[in-house]
Design a binder for this molecule. Structure first.
Ligand code: ZN
Ligand code: ZN
Ligand code: ZN
Length: 325
């Protein structure tokens, strides 16, 4: 167990990274003292270790037998009565840190290892993937109105004024169209609209609802665009290239889903055209779903980590991979 990590002590997701459980509450400390007093502390420690220190393990009660169907011989049996604490425990497996810190760490670590292997090889993935083209793309949700936010200043991610405007300027509801405050991450105003009546709440909800469908249509557009750029039919694209990606969907302070994609490709021909194709697909509409969902993104950035060009022309920007921790 280690202390809660600060911004500069995050141990990362490697297999060597320690488990972070934070500080124990007074209730938890009392429960441990109770177990020491009644002599069950050692068994409790064994159970806690067996479930990876899950904070909300699933409790199972019952018994089972494994019987040879041919001879009727009992090959094995299990009863929760025989478990160290009289109950069988299994980790909850939840991937959300606010539900279970321990299980979410296991999930994050496994995901990190899987993404890393996809980028650099290892764990049964051939090393050749390390030379494939790779882009890091961020797709930002459209704007539905001005919101308070933490603004960059002088090369720093914070410290700038929220939305400097003439203080006399008002919207049609009589509220200021600007904000001279310097917000910080923990400011409850961050993400909230400057005017609750000007903000297009309806479209924001529709965007949220259709975000998965937009992503699905985008992947179709991407593969079609790539096939076109490579001069192949869509059905024969797999003979020349494959697109692999890891996707992260996260909520912005304004509550909208924004996606970050680490997107790579195994290209067997026409390598130089892959990047132009990807960038083009990113910028075209992903298709307009029913309703009034805006299909254009507010902003998309595509960072080229590896161009995948023939030897001597390829550019590898290592920060793309390690930054994804
Ligand atoms: Zn858990
Ligand atoms: Zn503000
Ligand atoms: Zn207004």
């Amino acid at each position: 167990m280690s202390e809660s990590p600060g911004p500069h002590t995050f141990p990362g997701y490697t297999e060597d990274a320690g488990l972070v459980l934070g500080h124990l509450s007074a209730t938890a400390v009392g429960a441990i003292v109770q177990r020491i007093a009644d002599g069950s502390a050692a068994r409790f420690a064994d159970v806690a270790a067996s479930v990876g220190y899950c904070s909300k393990p699933i409790r199972l009660v019952g018994s089972s037998q494994t019987i040879d169907g041919r001879t009727g011989e009992i090959l094995g049996s299990f009863s929760s009565d025989d478990a160290p604490l009289g109950v069988a425990y299994r980790p909850c497996g939840n991937r959300r840190a606010d539900v279970c810190a321990a299980c979410s760490r296991v999930y994050a670590r496994d995901t990190f290892a899987m993404v890393r292997a996809g980028l650099l090889g290892g764990k049964t993935v051939p090393q050749e993937v390390a030379s494939n083209p790779l882009v890091f793309a961020t797709l930002t949700a459209p704007s539905f109105g001005h919101v308070h936010g933490v603004r960059a200043k002088g090369g720093h991610p914070a410290g700038g004024r929220c939305r400097p405007r003439d203080t006399a300027d008002r919207c049609e509801h009589g509220r200021p169209v600007g904000c001279m405050a310097v917000h910080t991450d923990d400011d409850p105003d961050v993400g909230g609209p400057l005017c609750v009546d000007c903000y297009d709440w309806g479209s924001a909800v529709v965007w949220q609802w259709w975000a998965p469908e937009l992503w699905r249509r985008f992947t179709i557009t991407l593969r079609r665009s790539l096939a076109s750029r490579l001069g192949a039919s869509e059905s024969r694209l797999k003979e020349r290239a494959s697109v692999q990606f890891a996707k992260v969907a996260e909520y912005q302070a304004r509550g909208l889903v924004t996606s970050t994609r680490l997107c790579g490709s195994t290209v067997r021909a026409g390598r130089g055209r892959w990047l132009r194709s990807t960038a083009a697909a990113w910028r075209t509409s992903s298709g307009r779903p029913p309703g009034r969902c805006p299909s254009s993104l507010r902003r998309s950035t595509v960072r080229t980590c590896r161009a995948g060009l023939p030897s001597g022309r390829s550019s590898t920007r290592e920060p793309c991979a390690p930054a994804y921790r």
